[in-house]
Design a binder for this molecule. Structure first.
Ligand SMILES: Nc1ncnc2c1ncn2[C@@H]1O[C@H](COP(=O)(O)OP(=O)(O)OP(=O)(O)O)[C@@H](O)[C@H]1O
Ligand SMILES: [Mg+2]
Length: 221
């Protein structure tokens, strides 16, 4: 599955992914990745900050795949929208989006069967985002994805988990299904609120009638 985690700022999405990755320990309970040879690749929310700023783009990649040829590395960088000149730039001189693209290229290079992505589309321009979308659509492993980008999630996720007040609410469908369910929940809430309002009015009316009747009864004569 490719599961998207959604929820407002501070809901605990990044924390949840860190628990999954084991980079943070739970205060209570336990978190584990399972026994079935799960190899996770992790893209942190501020992943780009973890890059070595003094290396060039191409050397950064060569470090990850030392036995690749120059052509292979440059073709991969090309698919991540790095132009011929850009591959020789120092990482420290890259823009935020270029750093994010490099970090994603590095992550997709590592052999893993579970991608754990924390807001991977931050800083990405439209072509880079489309590239990531198709890379994820072709990816055969599982993925846990945190993102505030609805369009991106609509393209890549097949299940949605909403984090609300410390609880996980699973929606067994894609983003369109999730939105439809949310709409239904909202309508249900509105009808029950409207019903409650009507009932309150009816009760108030009954009370009024009753007190009128009583005051008529009490009237002398
Ligand atoms: N190391 C920490 N120590 C104490 N509190 C923390 C720590 N890290 C995060 N928190 C708090 O835990 C809550 C959840 O943070 P988290 O980063 O998981 O949110 P998030 O859902 O990823 O938000 P965003 O959408 O802004 O990225 C926040 O209130 C945050 O202040
Ligand atoms: Mg976060």
């Amino acid at each position: 599955d490719r599961i998207a985690f959604v929820g407002p700022n501070g809901a605990g999405k990044s924390t949840l992914l860190r628990l999954v990755m084991g980079s943070e320990k739970p205060d209570e309970g336990s978190a584990r990745l399972g026994e079935h040879n799960v190899i996770a690749g992790y893209f942190e929310q501020n992943q780009a900050e973890a890059l070595d700023l003094t290396k060039t783009v191409i050397d950064t990649l060569f470090e990850a795949v030392p036995d690749w040829t120059q052509t292979q590395v440059r073709s991969l960088l090309g698919s991540f929208c790095f132009s011929n000149e850009a591959v020789f730039k120092e990482v420290g001189k890259l823009s935020g989006g270029e750093k994010a693209r490099l970090a994603l290229a590095l992550m997709l290079l590592s052999p893993c069967n579970l991608l754990v992505l924390d807001e991977p589309t931050n800083h990405l321009d439209i072509p880079a985002k489309q590239m990531l979308e198709s890379a994820l659509q072709e990816y055969e492993g599982a993925a846990l994805i945190v993102s505030h980008d609805r369009y991106f999630l609509a393209q890549v996720a097949n299940k949605i988990v909403e984090i609300k007040d410390g609880e996980l609410l699973l929606y067994r469908g894609d983003y369109a299904y999730y939105q439809q369910k949310k709409q239904e929940e909202l309508e249900l809430l509105q009808t029950s609120e409207a019903e409650a309002e009507k009932e309150a009015k009816r009760a108030a009316n009954r009370l009024k009638q009753k007190s009128k009747a009583e005051s008529r009864r009490k009237r002398p004569g």
